[in-house]
Design a protein around this ligand. Structure first.
Ligand code: 5AD
Ligand code: SF4
Length: 446
């Protein structure tokens, strides 16, 4: 009887996701496949029959954290020898042999191009108890779509393209995610329609470089065409996208956003550095003058648009003077927010071999300086919201305080307010802003 009982109970899986939104969406597609073979998700790692660690390798700090986490799983394996542990995604793609060798308790190592094979591979391990390595060097032109189980119910990630062709000299992504492959426009539109029918209100179109959508296939539809097609879907209230490459952000896209009611007035344009010398060495394909003009054009076309960026400090060869150029650049552009990173040497990338690496203490000091400058600007910009009323899409309870609700403005500012009971998740509400902080706004329902 007891064994029957065990059989009818569904098996449990737990995922740990590191890295970018693309990884979060990959984890949703891993979950979707596991459901088809009888697994349910659990938040409690101790109860899981299957643990998947979806990895990132964009910086060393992420890798260190992940190595620690994989190591910790050994303890659970000792308690439950039948536990299946999988290491998947970017780091698995890059370091498959190292992971197999270092972590004997890992059953599955699966790369970025094999995500759609998960169900099949897990069943193989369940039957044979062998260790499985599934890491293709290259992607199939387009991996088959698999079912997705999404975490949220309001906001959904939708991949529009995979891979990257840019080869910025610091970046590992093109090596672990392969060449650019765009999904067919009709598939994306069908997925977004379905999401709308399921009650989702906000869609974020995902790709390493969304502005080069469509360049790899003959369909002729480009990113602006795709935005226009998604804009027609009535059930969706807000459209976002990430990440844009400044070099490829063109007038047609800006005009499309200007005309659209749904595409949010938020531009995330990673500049990476504010020094022409460093931009050249990064192989970014633009200079500061081009970038300034792009920002002016956007601000003229769409007044009130917010602007965020990514910046790397301590790229090889970055002198004090180059860094000061970046600081001045940041001050003059006045970003709403900047995601700032210490340069991390990624072996296999050109910049890792550059002779003039910057020392860690110098990198850290520059990061502090940059963050201090940017935080002040972010706060100044956010203070301009005080007293104003903004439209907010209600996402749900605040993580830290059940009595508060959380949502975002169209400009992607996080807003918190006291719950009144009138709000519905997925609805739009007007919030009057009372206080501003560096990363959040607080207000009350009007
Ligand atoms: N070191 C530090 N930051 C990096 N990024 C990408 N590669 C590296 C690296 N080697 C940053 C870039 C990118 C963001 C997602 O991560 O700023 O835009
Ligand atoms: Fe990396 Fe550059 Fe591609 Fe972005 S555009 S994923 S930074 S290579």
């Amino acid at each position: 009887m007891e064994s029957n009982d065990k059989q009818s109970k569904s098996k449990l899986f737990h995922t740990m996701t590191f890295g970018c939104q693309m990884n979060i969406n990959d984890s949703e597609r891993l979950a979707g496949q596991l459901r088809t073979i009888g697994y349910e998700s659990t938040d409690n790692v101790e109860q899981a029959d299957l643990i998947l660690i979806n990895t990132c390798c964009v910086r060393e700090s992420a890798e260190k954290k992940i190595h620690g986490r994989i190591g910790e799983m050994k303890r659970l394996k000792l308690v439950n020898p039948n536990l299946i542990i999988g290491v998947v995604g970017c780091m698995a793609q890059k370091d498959k042999d190292k992971i197999l060798k270092k972590f004997s308790h890992v059953n599955l190592v699966m790369g970025t191009h094999n995500i759609h094979q998960l169900a099949e591979l897990v069943e193989k391990i369940e039957q044979s108890r062998e260790r499985v390595l599934a890491v293709w060097d290259q992607a199939e032109r387009l991996a088959p779509d698999v079912p997705t189980v999404r975490k949220g119910q309001i906001s959904a990630w939708v991949p529009i393209m995979y891979g990257c062709n840019n080869f910025c000299t610091y970046c590992i992504v093109p090596y672990v995610r392969g060449r650019e492959r765009s999904r067919p426009l009709n598939d994306i539109v069908a997925e977004v329609r379905q999401l709308g029918a399921d009650g989702f209100k906000e869609i974020t179109l995902l790709g390493q470089n969304v502005n080069s959508y469509g360049k790899d296939n003959e369909s002729q539809a480009d990113f602006a065409d795709l935005l226009q097609a998604i804009d027609q879907i009535d059930t969706i209230t807000r459209i976002r996208y990430m990440t844009s490459h400044p070099r490829d952000m063109n007038d047609k896209v800006i005009e499309t956003i200007m005309r659209s009611q749904k595409i949010c007035e938020h531009f995330h344009l990673p500049v990476q550095a504010g020094s022409d010398y460093i931009l050249e060495r990064m192989n970014r394909g633009y200079n500061t003058e081009y970038y300034r003009q792009l920002v002016s054009k956007i601000r003229e076309a769409i007044p009130g648009a917010s602007l965020t960026t990514d910046i790397i400090v301590g790229f090889p060869g970055e002198t004090e003077e180059n860094f000061l150029e970046t600081l001045e650049f940041v001050k003059s552009i006045r970003y709403d927010a900047a995601y700032t990173f210490l340069y991390s040497q990624r072996s296999g990338t050109p910049a890792a071999k550059y002779a003039d690496q910057v020392s860690l203490p110098v990198k850290k000091a520059r990061l502090q300086q940059l963050m201090a400058v940017q935080n002040e600007i972010s706060l100044e910009i956010n203070r301009q919201y005080v007293g104003k009323t903004v439209e907010v899409l209600v996402e749900g309870p605040s993580k830290n305080d059940e009595r508060k609700l959380m949502g975002r403005t169209r400009t992607n500012k996080i807003v918190l307010w006291e719950k009144t009971g009138q709000e519905v998740a997925g609805g739009l509400v007007n919030i009057q802003i009372d206080t501003a902080q560096t990363w959040i706004l607080k207000g009350r329902l009007i």
